[in-house]
Design a protein around this ligand. Structure first.
Ligand SMILES: *Cc1c(COP(=O)(O)O)cnc(C)c1O
Length: 454
């Protein structure tokens, strides 16, 4: 912003410097720049404290599925707070919202997944699956089956278990992670790591790394494989077409559980209710969060296959849970969110109309001189920014951050993962709003190119 920031904004920026430790933030850098203060939102737009209107191409953090400003969600929370603001579920009690919600989720979940364990976030959901799969194998008389196989550059949250299951080396480097018993295999990131292989060859190769790891660790020691249907935070990594079929083939050969982290892909992002349905996968456990409440209130959960529930039923007490597991206010909001998604046919509209339109328009950006690849599925998409489109050579000092700065300045939120620009807009984004997003994105690419290609 060129204009002088207001006294009000400066006041908030001072509070940020003096009292707030923000998540995933370089504090020194933030304090030098001053935090951007977001004050209100409506539909797919945000406003900052300087009055700038911003198209939120990231749906908050991949979570505002029904968009901002839905009064019904506020009313559901208000009503539930007056009736029963809190009660726990620990000691053989329950309350109507959590039960109605579990049923509503079972109704949209894949066949044979009829139970939900509730948590407060995606990270807690992944802590839950780690304990649940190990507990499951103990009950089955195979307590040595403990190892969980994750993927390099996967993201499963920011708690100790979440970071460990995830495969981000920068995160591992802080706090002496991963914890023992978690190992990683390469990701199906053809553009970045496929080398001379075709995408299909690389997809098979990446899937085969799972089998290699199972044999290396020993099937008798492996509890589960965890993966996002499409890696989100890692850079919207859409696997080659051959990847999931080959993974399914491998999983069918071995007695290990399959955890599909649906925290981003769940609740309509791919044009199906769950990313696993988009790919035809049949996981045993599905961590969920984000779109479950469209981000209006924190809530997560794990959707669990019937066979696992049957085993848990034989295992005595599962010593696991959170004070806010199945919180009634969050449950009421989630129920209302699912009602909106269903009654307004938002997932169907994404699949039939808006996602094909977004993906078609997104592909137009592939002709830009900076763009090596444009890819996406449903309502997520990515652009690879490169110096050389043929060789996939990157810019030495990177361009993602520069491009992101241009986006901010032009009123578009597009995230940079290294030099991969990504979007994940609210599912309710309209065709004219998609046009606006594409126009803004091209303008930002042009401005970035003017700096780095001149
Ligand atoms: C965001 C995310 C998480 C973590 O969720 P939190 O609610 O931030 O704890 C886990 N898995 C995936 C795939 C995510 O995108």
């Amino acid at each position: 912003m060129t204009k002088q920031t207001s006294a009000q904004t400066q006041h908030w920026q001072a509070l940020s410097r003096e009292h707030h430790l923000a998540p995933f933030t370089d504090y020194k850098q933030l304090n030098e720049k001053g935090a951007r203060i977001i004050t209100k939102a409506e539909g797919v737009y945000l406003w900052d404290s300087e009055g700038n209107k911003i198209l939120d191409g990231m749906a908050g953090l991949w979570c505002m599925n029904v968009g901002y400003g839905r009064k019904e969600l506020a009313e559901a929370a208000y009503k539930q707070m007056q009736e029963l603001p809190y009660y726990n579920l620990f000691f053989q009690t329950a309350h109507p919202p959590v039960l109605e919600l579990a049923k509503a989720i079972a109704d949209i979940a894949p066949e044979g997944m009829n139970h939900v364990f509730f948590t407060g976030s995606g990270s807690e959901s992944n802590d839950t699956v780690l304990r649940m799969v190990r507990h499951y194998w103990s009950i089955k008389g195979k307590p040595q089956k403990k190892v969980v196989i994750g993927r390099w550059n996967g993201y499963h949250g920011s708690t100790v278990a979440g970071v460990s299951l995830g495969g981000m080396k920068a995160l591992h480097s802080q706090g002496d992670l991963p914890i023992p018993g978690i190992v990683h295999i390469p990701q199906p990131y053809w553009y970045g790591e496929g080398g001379d292989m075709s995408p299909d060859e690389f997809g098979v190769w990446a899937a085969e790394q799972l089998e290699k790891k199972i044999l290396e660790v020993g099937e008798e020691n492996v509890a589960a494989f965890i993966a996002e249907p499409i890696q989100g935070a890692g850079g919207v990594i859409v696997p080659p077409d051959t990847y999931w079929p080959k993974i399914r083939e491998i999983l069918a050969k071995y007695e290990i559980l399959f955890i599909a982290d649906e925290v981003i892909c769940g609740f309509g992002r791919t044009g199906e209710w769950f990313g696993s349905q988009y790919y035809g996968n049949a996981p045993d456990l599905m961590p969920i969060a984000k779109g479950l409440t469209s981000g209006y209130i924190p809530m997560g959960g794990v959707i669990v296959r019937d066979e696992i529930v049957d085993t848990l039923n034989e295992g005595g007490e599962f010593y696991h849970g959170f004070t806010y597991s199945g919180h009634p206010v969050a449950a009421a909001v989630a129920l209302e969110n699912i009602r909106i998604l269903r009654e307004e046919k938002i997932v169907e509209t994404v699949k039939a109309e808006t996602a094909p339109y977004l993906q078609k328009r997104w592909q137009e950006l592939a002709d830009h001189p900076l763009v090596g690849e444009a890819r996406g599925v449903g309502m997520v998409a990515a652009l690879e920014l490169v110096k050389n489109k043929k060789t996939r050579e990157r810019f030495e000092n990177g361009v993602g951050m520069l491009c992101r700065e241009h986006c901010f300045r032009n009123g578009l939120i597009m995230r940079a993962v290294g030099d991969t620009m990504i979007i994940s807009p609210p599912l309710v984004i309209s065709k004219p709003e998609i046009d606006e997003l594409i126009t803004l994105a091209r303008k930002c690419l042009d401005q970035t190119a003017a700096v780095v290609l001149s």
